[in-house]
Design a protein around this ligand. Structure first.
Ligand code: ATP
Length: 268
């Protein structure tokens, strides 16, 4: 995972491990340096959310699983941060929902595309899309628009974690159903998603997989019920309220101790 020694009893263990995974991703040539800035921004929101999966995110994760399972052609988009943080977990989610994996980069270079595809194969992926680059998302200029025609180009449901707001908006306007994972409930990406998951990707992806496994034999009516019961506006509002209320005590000090202890419990 990382070759940096972090004591497991450190109160901010998960956060530090995540940070080192991004660093390792940069060293391996799969994550861009801008990825560090995105990570820093995400960390700040995660800190305010208490570094846990809030109930509205749990509902979004279940709705996302139901959407992926009921889709004709689901695709999971993978960028440099996603590949660095959850390579094995995203491959598992693709298997659990029979979704395609597609490498999709804001700053597209063939070298980084290849490295990410190889990194995913090392973590169990059999087929990785994105390298053909023979399709386009309408409304975007240059390389930012490039996708695979038989991947994201042909998808009906797309999971776009940690996506640039401009691209998320353009993708949503094509009529595809978009699931976004983004810790900022006010970002354009979260705002343009049919299902915004306001949670750290390191918790969100395994949670969606777990829900997908639980729902794998569910009839389509039950999947539809899970999807229809999810209210995106309510979820975004709940996340904003959680951030405003914060995990700060009455004196305004962050509750630094044991922030991660209840992460599992909060998602049960
Ligand atoms: P906007 O959508 O407002 O235009 P942006 O395009 O500027 O945002 P980026 O700087 O590319 O967004 O950052 C991507 C987003 O990913 C940020 O909103 C950040 O909060 C979020 N993010 C970063 N790391 C994580 C993570 N580990 N898990 C979930 N979300 C994350």
């Amino acid at each position: 995972m990382t070759d940096v020694e972090i004591p497991a009893d450190h109160p901010r263990y998960e956060s530090l491990v995540t940070r080192h995974r991004i660093e390792a991703g940069i060293e391996k040539g799969i994550t861009s340096r801008q990825g560090l800035i995105a990570q820093g921004r995400g960390e700040a929101f995660d800190y305010l959310l208490g570094e846990r999966t809030i109930p509205s995110a749990r509902a979004a994760e279940r709705a996302a699983a139901a959407l992926l399972l009921s889709a004709d052609h689901p695709v999971l988009s993978v960028n440099g941060n996603v590949a660095a943080l959850v390579p094995e977990e995203i491959v598992e989610l693709a298997a659990a929902t029979e979704a395609d994996l597609e490498v999709n980069l804001f700053n597209r270079t063939e070298e980084r595309m290849e490295r990410i595809a190889e990194h995913l194969r090392e973590h169990g992926a059999t087929e990785v899309k994105g390298l053909a680059g023979d399709g386009r998302i309408p409304g975007l200029s240059h390389e930012r628009a490039t996708v695979d025609a038989d991947g994201i180009g042909a998808a009906d449901v797309v999971l776009v974690p940690l996506e640039d707001g401009d691209r998320a908006e353009a993708l949503a306007s094509t009529g595809k159903t978009e699931i976004v994972i983004d810790l900022n409930p006010g970002s354009r990406s979260s705002r343009s998603a049919a299902v915004p998951i306001v949670d750290n990707i390191v918790r969100a992806i395994p949670n969606v997989t777990r829900h997908a496994r639980e729902l794998s034999d569910a009839p389509i009516e039950e999947l539809q019920y899970v999807i229809d019961s999810f209210d995106r506006e309510e979820a975004l509002e709940a996340a904003e309220t959680a951030i405003r209320r914060g995990s700060f005590d009455d004196d305004g000090d962050a509750e630094a101790d044991g922030r991660n202890d209840d992460a599992e419990a909060n998602d049960e």
